[in-house]
Design a protein around this ligand. Structure first.
Ligand code: F6R
Length: 357
């Protein structure tokens, strides 16, 4: 099934432009406008706060989803790790709507929260790749990812699909609630699909980066601000789980509050620069770690790049940059793991769906 690909992970990374196009198509109505089930729209707009519940990579997608619902649909959002939320519930708003994000739809930590909030009488929407999965069946509503089966343990195409579907839901909900939306998401996601294609076509360049920065290192840091911070968390998780290199994602400004003590001569620091309002700040953070000997890999969006940056990402809408910036991080992890002879598709100690709490 993986055809000529050496690993499912590489195949699934390569499928991401097609997944973007599939989502644009699957969520269009006959009039060529983005649309989702009106019951879901009503549930979103009747709620006073969305609670996104997820684990791992899906949690990282949820952090980006919060940006979309808050910035585009003006809806307050909390994002929670399912294993924490289940046993330490915060004070809920009066009319909460729960959104479960789960590639597999089978994650026990998330299901345990779903069971509890249903008992409390709340409504739930599941965003999943697997139709008929437990979380889909037990929720009131489902939005499908349309990413096709994801086989590699490390999630790649499901992450971009989750973010794209959340962007669609937030945008359609915004219009439904009468908010102005000043961009055409179909067009912007089309631009994203092309940018993702350009990134997956840059494998040689990205493999060289993995070699240069990660061949012998014991640890690595990923930094960013705003949505770049959320993608940093995902980049670090990907690298940890398949290459076993210790990696941490940090908000750029937070490193100096302790973690900068770990920077030594040659420590790789991957920095994302896709957000104009904080571009100078993150570049300042890079200078701080370079002054302590770090080896910086700066990944900047076109229009924000400077001499000496390692990789330039094609320009996309500022809210949609995670869909593009994550691609080189996925590929860097893939090649780092490959060069270290790790079992890319089946990393040690991990299962594709975690059905125990
Ligand atoms: C990381 C990864 C995991 C999953 C997590 C949640 O690459 O795959 O972190 O994201 O176990 O799984 P789902 O999305 O199936 O609930």
């Amino acid at each position: 099934e993986k055809g000529t690909y050496p690993h499912y992970m590489l195949k699934e990374i390569d499928e991401q432009p097609a997944v973007m196009r599939k989502i644009i198509q699957a969520y269009q109505n006959d009039a060529g406008e983005l649309a989702i089930d009106s019951n879901i729209l009503e549930a979103i707009n009747a709620s006073d706060r969305l609670y996104i519940i997820a684990a791992g990579t899906s949690y990282h997608a949820g952090l980006v989803g919060k940006e979309y619902f808050e910035k585009i649909a003006k809806k307050p959002v909390e994002v929670h790790i399912s294993s924490e939320f289940g046993y330490n519930m915060p004070i809920l708003s009066e009319k909460p709507l729960f959104i479960f994000i789960s590639q597999s739809g089978e994650t026990a930590d998330s299901r345990q929260v779903l069971v509890k909030i249903k008992e409390m009488g709340h409504k739930a929407l599941t965003v999943t790749n697997v139709q008929g999965s437990t979380l889909s069946r037990e929720a009131d509503f489902t939005l499908l990812l349309h990413a096709g089966p994801e086989i590699a343990v490390a999630s790649t195409k499901a992450y971009v699909a989750q973010i794209a579907v959340l962007a669609v839901a937030a945008t359609v909900a915004a219009k439904h609630a009468g908010h102005d939306v000043d961009f055409d998401l179909i067009q912007e996601l089309g631009i994203v699909a092309n940018a993702v294609q350009a990134m997956v076509d840059s494998k040689e360049e990205i493999e060289a980066i993995a070699k240069d920065f990660l061949e012998t290192t014991r640890n690595a840091f990923f930094i960013g601000r705003n949505v770049d911070f959320f993608v940093s968390l995902e980049g670090a998780l990907k690298l940890k789980e398949i290459s076993y290199i210790q990696a941490e994602g940090f908000a750029g400004g937070e490193l100096k509050h302790g973690t900068i003590a770990l920077i030594e001569d040659g420590t790789p620091v991957f920095a994302l620069v896709t957000q104009k309002p904080v571009a100078l700040n993150i570049r300042g953070n890079v200078k701080e770690v370079v002054a302590r000997g770090a080896k910086p890999c700066i990944i900047a969006m076109e229009g924000m790049e400077e001499d000496g940056d390692t990789l330039v990402l094609p320009k996309v809408h500022s809210l949609l940059t995670p869909l593009v910036s994550v691609i080189p991080l996925q590929l860097i992890s893939y090649y780092a793991a490959l060069h270290r002879d790790c079992d890319v598709d089946k990393p040690r100690n991990l299962a594709k769906s975690v059905t125990v709490e």
